[in-house]
Design a binder for this molecule. Structure first.
Ligand code: NAP
Ligand code: MG
Length: 401
């Protein structure tokens, strides 16, 4: 066949370890034979981040701002052990954190569903997409241990440092304890709200947002009010599509999520999103089946897998052993990015190719050919699951594609 042409490049962010190995294979086996792939390539692998003093990460984020769509491979966030392993000059910050800060984006995570892989919650027939506000609250807090006899105050000063307001948090006369200060910013909450409403409208799915504003009458109330205000800009879109925006209390939201059929966007405050995204991901099955996209409030997109670089498999790969690493979430990062690029450029052939690759991937699993992580989760009448190695799985998809 003639290869599908692209008009605008994708921003391609390469990564580390096992996912870097899969990255190359996915392109070679599933994309390059069919698409005249145009990318602007950034190597975010740890050795190159170190060599460029992490400038490559910033450049790749700026390129995403310019072109609007990026696809990212999983990357190592260095810790002390990686410092020695890679002989690093510095303990570079998390690339995802850097990119998120530059794009001011929100991360949406959605499971990839296949017949035969049943979620632990049987009512969940469609994906529950979770959006986590990635700024403030307990993640940017200050906290102290307080001794018996001390008092803790919440003090607000003006720009010159003059005290304007003061409240007693607690008088520790009876004994020692702890105190914590948290904050959030209107702009960040507003960006988060825009990203969420925009995503719900694009995906044509209803949206829940919840806080605990009955208890937190100023702090959580501010989230509620900003969401209500931003919603007015999207109300007509929601009404036209016949989808609902529901604001409720967090405990009610949790109960509704468990009862629902899926097919909903759940926007969460930072801590709720941290905890609930792990619950939702686990309940759907494997980390290898969780996709992720960063959406900025002005509509820039960066697609990736939710999992990491699968280090344990990589060390086995280096020893020459066969690996059976699930590439589905990384394939869906590519298809998400190609489809979005196609949509923005009015390139229907590219969108259609992305959707076909997704269907080929899902049907490979549904017909019983899968990587090792899925085998114990799989149960479908008349189909015996067969474990394939990393490359065999990609070739099984290519056959269907
Ligand atoms: P991980 O790479 O997600 O892997 C944790 C374990 O989950 C694996 O050992 C494997 O279990 C299973 N797993 C995850 N993805 C899988 C897949 N695609 N196929 C099959 N099994 C899969 O997390 P990690 O080991 O904690 O982190 C490794 C590195 O990734 C770290 O350096 C971390 O900084 C980085 N990381 C990057 C990102 C990102 O770029 N977005 C996100 C998270 C972590 P078994 O070994 O039992 O098979
Ligand atoms: Mg968590």
């Amino acid at each position: 066949m003639e290869k599908i042409r692209m008009t605008t490049p994708l921003v391609e962010m390469d990564g580390d370890e096992m996912t870097r190995v899969l990255w190359k294979k996915i392109k070679e086996i599933l994309i390059l034979p069919y698409v005249d792939l145009k990318t602007e390539y950034y190597d975010l692998g740890l050795p190159n981040r170190d060599a460029t003093e992490d400038a490559v990460t910033v450049e790749s984020a700026l390129a995403t701002k310019k072109y609007g769509v990026a696809v990212k491979c999983a990357t190592i966030t260095p810790n002390a052990q990686r410092m020695t392993e890679y002989n690093l000059h510095r303990m570079w910050k998390s690339p995802n954190g850097t990119i998120r800060r530059i794009l001011d984006g929100t991360v949406f995570r959605a499971p990839i569903l296949c017949k035969g892989i049943r979620p632990y919650v049987p009512t969940w027939e469609s994906p529950i997409v979770l959006a986590r506000h990635a700024y403030g609250d307990v993640y940017n807090n200050v906290e102290e241990r307080v001794e018996k006899g001390e008092k803790a105050y919440l003090v607000v000063t003006d720009g010159e440092g003059r005290e304007v307001r003061r409240q007693l948090v607690h008088d520790f006369a009876e004994g020692a304890g702890v105190v914590q200060g948290v904050h959030n910013c209107d702009d960040s909450i507003r960006s988060f709200a825009h990203s969420c409403f925009r995503y719900a409208v694009e995906q044509k799915i209803p949206m829940y947002f919840a806080t605990k504003d009955t208890i937190s009458k100023v702090y959580d109330r501010r989230f509620k009010d900003i969401f209500a205000e931003v919603y007015e800009q999207y109300r007509s879109n929601f009404e036209e599509l016949g989808i609902e925006y529901l604001y409720t209390l967090i405990d009610d939201a949790v109960a509704r999520i468990v009862r629902c059929k899926g097919g909903v966007l759940w926007a969460c405050k930072n801590y709720d999103g941290d905890v609930m995204s792990d619950m939702v991901a686990t309940a759907y099955g494997s980390l290898g089946m969780m996709s992720s996209v960063l959406v900025s409030p002005d509509g820039k997109y960066e697609y990736e897998a939710a999992h990491g670089t699968v280090t344990r498999h990589y060390y086995r790969y280096l020893k020459g052993e066969a690996t059976s690493t699930n590439s589905v979430a990384t394939i869906f990062a590519w298809t998400g990015a190609l489809a979005k690029r196609g949509e923005l450029d009015g390139n229907e052939a590219l969108v259609a190719f992305a959707r076909k690759l997704e269907r080929a991937t899902v049907s490979t699993i549904e017909e019983g050919e899968m990587t090792g992580d899925l085998v114990p989760l799989f149960s479908r009448e008349g189909v015996t699951p067969k474990k394939l190695d990393s490359e065999e799985f990609l070739r099984a998809i290519a056959k269907r594609l």
